[in-house]
Design a protein around this ligand. Structure first.
Ligand SMILES: C[S@@+](CC[C@H](N)C(=O)[O-])C[C@H]1O[C@@H](n2cnc3c(N)ncnc32)[C@H](O)[C@@H]1O
Length: 265
């Protein structure tokens, strides 16, 4: 039976993915994880490959990006080729719950708006721990609830595809506790409030006008040619507009921690 396409399948087709906080959040996360030219970095759930591209271009470091969707991986490779950064960038199809790497491979593992999706957060975080070298940094950007309980209308919006199913987010303390439970040390959590205006401008800053127009062109072609895409848009329209009080409850957090050195384990 054909599986129903999700928002990520359409984003992969358009060649454009996003996370809360956009470009500025990536810049901060890279700094907090002390990335430099010698870092070997894994981007877990790299989407259309923008963060690996940014890191390789800015720091000259080697980056591996993995995503569960083949099409995302293809888009990421295309971006690396266009930017002539293939020598620093590698992309693979992989599930973050079963990372196909040896123990102690990476200096830094970043994951932006991905860890919230698999149901078993501990399994995922233990995978992160496994592939990091002792002393290595994990840096997460995750959807975060500012306060609980979250009203039903917000949960309903978050549960539909356009809200990208962020219902299993935590508060900042909840995310920090998940990292500690998995075995990470020196856990820090910083939250950032959201507003629509800076989210939109950050998005343009991240991709640049040319890439946004390229993606809009692809989305338009999809709209004309793909009945599944039209049905998806119709369904999300029925799912309702973004609740007005969303940002009273939803923010994003940057969570940074380290894999303990061997003697501390
Ligand atoms: C919100 S997008 C973020 C993409 C990218 N990190 C960015 O900031 O643009 C979430 C991505 O996670 C991927 N994803 C979801 N579940 C995954 C899993 N279990 N393993 C690997 N990737 C996954 C999706 O295919 C999608 O590309």
């Amino acid at each position: 039976m054909k599986q129903e396409a999700t928002i990520f399948d359409f984003q992969a087709e358009a060649g454009l993915t996003k996370h809360l906080g956009s470009f500025e959040a990536t810049v901060k996360l890279a700094q907090l994880c002390h990335i430099d030219a010698d870092s070997y970095v894994l981007d877990a759930g790299c989407g259309a490959g923008m963060t690996p591209y940014y890191l390789a271009k800015t720091y000259g470091c080697r980056v591996v990006g993995v995503d569960i969707r083949e099409r995302m991986v293809q888009r990421s490779r295309e971006r690396a080729q266009r930017g002539r950064l293939e020598s620093l960038l590698e992309f693979r199809v992989a599930n973050i719950q079963e990372l196909p790497f040896e123990e102690e491979t990476f200096d830094v593992l970043l994951s932006e708006s991905v860890t919230v999706f698999p149901p078993d957060k501990q399994q995922t975080m233990r995978q992160y721990l496994h592939v990091l070298k002792p002393g290595g940094y994990v840096g997460l950007n995750e959807s975060t609830w500012l306060k609980m309980p979250v009203p039903d209308e917000i949960m309903a919006w978050a549960a539909q595809d356009y809200g990208a199913q962020i219902t299993s987010a935590f508060t900042a303390e909840g995310w920090a506790e998940q990292l500690r439970q998995a075995g990470f040390a020196d856990v820090s959590a910083t939250i950032y409030h959201l507003d629509l205006r800076s989210s939109v401008s950050g998005f343009f800053k991240r991709y640049g006008m040319r890439n946004v127009f390229r993606a809009w062109g692809r989305a338009l072609r999809m709209y004309v040619r793909d009945p599944d895409y039209r049905a998806f848009l119709q369904k999300t329209r029925k799912g309702g507009v973004m609740p007005e009080n969303l940002f009273e409850y939803l923010c994003y957090g940057l969570y940074v921690a380290r894999k303990p050195m061997e003697e501390a384990r």
